[in-house]
Each structure stands twice: as structure tokens, then as C-alpha cells.
Design a protein around this ligand. Structure first.
Ligand code: KIV
Ligand code: NA
Length: 263
């Protein structure tokens, strides 16, 4: 099939076709997900938790992400490949650019950064220099110690207004995708309706332009407590490939996320 691009993702959003995204960390799973037709693969810094066994994403380094991006790129042919910028690698726009170049040269087609309006200047700096950007707002896991835990965000009127203003500023700065994590479904819909770029939800309700899950979570192999937004797609499936196909189908036909996965 035809390679997924930033342009085709925008067309999908405009047409109302849901975007399926999964995290991926190695070549074998990349080849499997590619066969199944996943639209976007994310080399997430969640690898610090699911691959390395840390209790947060903070210990993950740029070298770690670059290594896993190169592995995934070798297995992937069609999906759009996004790489997370780790904690502490985008404090200034120059540092962000230097580090993003490393991930792009490892095979990423876009980098993802956590944060709101304060990042707009960095997003503009990157996108002006041909580094496409996915923004990430709401429950941004690199801020776990700032938040005092992995907590649902955007619950008050003020916080919801802040998040919408952040999303608009990031889009205006050139972001071409935005992840919304762990926010009320109504806010997921309002934010999606405000924007022209696709929103990818994880615990952000059924009205986002697409959905993302951590691979280990949707295969039921992560030993930690299951977050509300996770569904184990191995249930009723005889193979991992079946589970990945079931996830993609459920995103496309809008049966995932259901009310039980939402805030
Ligand atoms: O690191 C990650 O896996 C992520 C997704 C959950 C969006 O950032
Ligand atoms: Na991440």
C-alpha cells in the first residue's frame, strides 16, 4: 500500500477517516504492524517503562530513542514514523533542533514534544527547518512530578481553556499533529473541532481524529496497573496480528474508545 505522509494524515482528518496509531520499539513488531496497516507508529519514550522497566519516562535518553527509531525504521515500509523527544532534550529551540536532527537521521519522519504555548517558539523553529512536529498536551508524562502523579488533566474550566489555547498556539506555530492525553471527552471534542490538524487521543474520548495506545498495553503484557483508557485487544484473539488488526478496525469503525475507556 501507499506510504502514509503528513499530507495523507491531514486528508484523513478532513474526510473524517479515523487515524490508527500504536507505539512500536523494534523491527519485528514494526513489520507486523505495517502488514496490518497501522497508519502511524510512535517510538514513544514510554519505552522507558515498558522496555526498560523504569517507573517513569524521565530516564530515557536521546540515544535510546535513536536506537529504537533505527530498529523500527528497518521493519516499517508504509506507516508514518514519529519519534518522541525525551525529557530534557528540548529546553531551548537550538537544542531541540540539534536533537531532532539526530532522530530524523535515524529514520523518524516527525518528532513529538510535550508541552503547551511555551513550546510554540520551538515548534516554529523546528518546522521552519523541515522537522515536522507532533505536539502533546493534557497528561504529559514527562511532567509526572510536576503534576504529582499520572492524573487526568483539563478538568476545570480554566484548565480546559488553557489546553485549547495551547493547542491553537501549537497549530499556529506549525505543528501538524497533536496528541491529547487523559482529558475529558468533551474537551477532546472541543479541541478537535477548534483545530484543522488531526488530534490523536489516548484517553481523550471518541471524537479525536485518531487514537493511540502503547503496544504492550493493548496486548495485555504490561505488568503495571491498567489505565482506564486501555483495552486489551488480545481478548478473543488467537494471535498478536489478530489483536493489532482488531485495534485498527475498532479505531476505524469508532467502537474504540467506548464510554468505559473515557473520562
Ligand atoms: O510515549 C508514548 O508512548 C506516548 C504515547 C502514549 C502518546 O507518548
Ligand atoms: Na511519550
Amino acid at each position: 500500500s501507499k506510504a502514509v505522509t503528513v499530507t495523507s494524515l491531514l486528508s484523513m482528518r478532513a474526510a473524517g477517516d479515523k487515524i490508527s496509531m500504536l507505539t512500536c520499539y523494534d523491527a519485528s513488531f514494526a513489520a507486523l504492524m505495517d502488514r496490518c496497516g497501522v497508519d502511524v507508529m510512535l517510538v514513544g519514550d514510554s519505552l522507558g517503562m515498558v522496555c526498560q522497566g523504569h517507573t517513569s519516562t524521565l530516564p530515557v535518553t536521546l540515544d535510546d530513542i535513536a536506537y529504537h527509531v533505527a530498529c523500527v525504521a528497518r521493519g516499517n515500509q508504509t506507516a508514518f514514523l514519529v519519534a518522541d523527544m525525551p525529557f530534557g532534550t528540548y529546553a531551548t529551540r537550538e537544542e531541540a533542533y540539534r536533537n531532532a536532527v539526530r532522530l530524523m537521521q535515524a529514520g523518524a519522519q516527525m518528532v513529538k514534544l510535550e508541552g503547551g504555548e511555551w513550546l510554540a517558539d520551538t515548534v516554529r523553529f523546528l518546522t521552519e527547518r523541515a522537522v515536522p512536529v507532533c505536539a502533546h498536551v493534557g497528561l504529559t508524562p514527562q511532567s509526572v512530578h510536576q503534576f504529582g502523579g499520572f492524573k487526568v488533566q483539563g478538568k476545570s474550566v480554566e484548565a480546559a481553556d488553557r489546553l485549547k489555547a495551547d493547542a491553537l498556539a501549537l497549530q499556529a506555530a506549525g505543528a501538524s499533529l497533536i496528541v491529547l492525553e487523559a482529558i475529558p471527552s468533551a474537551l477532546g471534542k472541543e479541541t478537535t473541532d477548534l483545530l484543522a490538524i488531526p488530534t490523536i487521543g489516548i484517553g481523550a474520548g471518541p471524537d479525536c481524529s485518531g487514537q493511540v495506545l502503547v503496544m504492550h498495553d493493548m496486548l495485555g503484557v504490561f505488568p503495571g496497573r491498567k489505565a482506564r483508557f486501555v483495552r486489551n485487544f488480545m481478548d478473543g484473539q488467537a494471535s498478536i496480528e489478530g489483536a493489532v488488526r482488531a485495534y485498527i478496525a475498532a479505531v476505524k469503525d469508532k467502537s474504540f474508545p467506548a464510554a468505559e475507556h473515557c473520562f
